[in-house]
Design a protein around this ligand. Structure first.
Ligand SMILES: NC(=O)c1ccc[n+]([C@@H]2O[C@H](COP(=O)([O-])OP(=O)(O)OC[C@H]3O[C@@H](n4cnc5c(N)ncnc54)[C@H](O)[C@@H]3O)[C@@H](O)[C@H]2O)c1
Length: 348
């Protein structure tokens, strides 16, 4: 079986300028762009020391002192503006971009549906080519699963399950300490978007998100059920508080079809951000319904390889590709499901 774990690349990569020089830029964006051969021409962060450090580490020619400098240079280069700042700061940056710019926005698309709608409005008004960096869809293990599913080898897929039982270092993000929304908005959002990319939008979503008795983080465990009717189903179960050793920790996505199944262990969640190795396995039943699990070594992982996909897609769209898969027009639907999940959780 031919399994494709790679994201499609543009013929001629566009230059990139980056706004924000935090953990995700350092651990994922910059290593991904290096691997893909994308050229980063400049970087800006409100904290100049952060951008200077990443500029030196990744040999970025321009470390700007102001956002205005970055925007002027980015516009001159016809670059992709790559925005990775806390979600409530996105809108302030977008309104300053010149009309018709190309922009990739790190998830989430705002802190709530009101901010998401505002972001969508600004993108429309400025005629931006804009996408949200929902990159789980483009991890090597999700690319590989999609290629098996598209080949028809596991038949009709009717079930997707995500389970995460781990310890997540929320303290890495200062801005999450006081947020009223954390687990679904900042973590399970990846699974919501990935499930949508296979099954489309559910009829409704049921959810409950809760916190640990001793933490100030507003929510750290979530259960989310996607209602697709009587046959097709998807569910997400996360617990970021399982601080009792690795033995009973889990982190996986499982797809089940009428002729087989696929299992992907997501190593990133089990030792964030350094990861442990992923595992990718599939089972194809023969005519008697028998089979065995086969393991495939994939190249790359969530960090950094998945981050090639959304950036490559926006460049490919500018080259004439028909669709921009995580465009703001599509991403708003993931944000609507996030909002539904919170509404469901808050319902008494
Ligand atoms: N897998 C993923 O997709 C993933 C993982 C981690 C974080 N993220 C997202 O990336 C974003 C940033 O996360 P992070 O981990 O880099 O956080 P971080 O706290 O490490 O860094 C944020 C950086 O943004 C800078 N900043 C804040 N406001 C700014 C502004 N107006 N202009 C320029 N710089 C500004 C800060 O100075 C800081 O350096 C968040 O929205 C987060 O949800 C996504």
């Amino acid at each position: 079986m031919i399994i494709n774990d790679k994201s499609a690349l543009p013929q001629t990569p566009m230059p990139i300028v980056i706004i924000g020089a935090g953990g995700i830029i350092k651990n994922a964006h910059l290593p991904a762009y290096k691997k893909a051969g994308f050229k980063v021409k400049g970087i800006f962060d409100l904290n100049f020391e952060s951008s200077k450090a990443l500029g030196a580490q990744f040999e970025i020619a321009n470390v700007y002192k102001t956002l205005e400098e970055l925007i002027a240079h980015g516009a001159l280069l016809n670059a992709v503006f790559d925005v990775a700042v806390p979600a409530d700061k996105i809108i302030d940056i977008l309104v300053q971009l010149p009309g018709n710019s190309t922009v990739l926005i790190q998830k989430p698309m705002g802190e709530n549906i009101e901010q998401a709608n505002e972001i969508l409005e600004v993108c429309r008004e400025l005629n931006l080519t804009a996408a949200v960096n929902f990159q789980l869809r483009y991890t090597p293990f999700v690319n590989a699963a999609r290629s098996i599913i598209d080949s028809g080898a596991i038949g009709e897929v009717f079930d997707i399950e995500v389970k995460v039982t781990t310890v997540t270092p929320w303290h890495l993000w200062d801005f999450l300490a006081t947020n009223s929304r954390v687990e679904i908005l900042y973590h399970s959002i990846h699974y919501i978007d990935m499930i949508r990319s296979f099954f489309g939008d559910p009829q409704r979503l049921l959810a409950k998100t809760v916190k640990h008795p001793t933490t100030t983080v507003s929510s750290t465990r979530s259960s989310i059920i996607f209602d697709y009717g009587d046959v097709k189903a998807a569910r997400i179960n996360t617990n970021h508080d399982h601080n009792f050793g690795s033995k009973h920790q889990h982190s996986y996505i499982k797809w089940e079809g009428t002729k087989g199944a696929i299992y992907a262990k997501m190593g990133l969640n089990l030792n964030y951000p350094d990861s442990v190795p992923d595992v990718f396995e599939y089972f194809i039943a023969d005519e008697a319904g028998k089979g065995e699990w086969k393991t495939v070594e994939l190249e790359g992982s969530w960090f950094p390889d998945a981050f090639i996909g959304p950036m490559a897609n926006i460049m490919r769209f500018k080259e004439g590709a028909d669709v921009l898969p995580t465009s703001v027009e599509d991403a708003i639907k993931t944000m609507q499901l996030v909002e539904s999940a919170y509404q469901s959780s808050n319902r008494s």
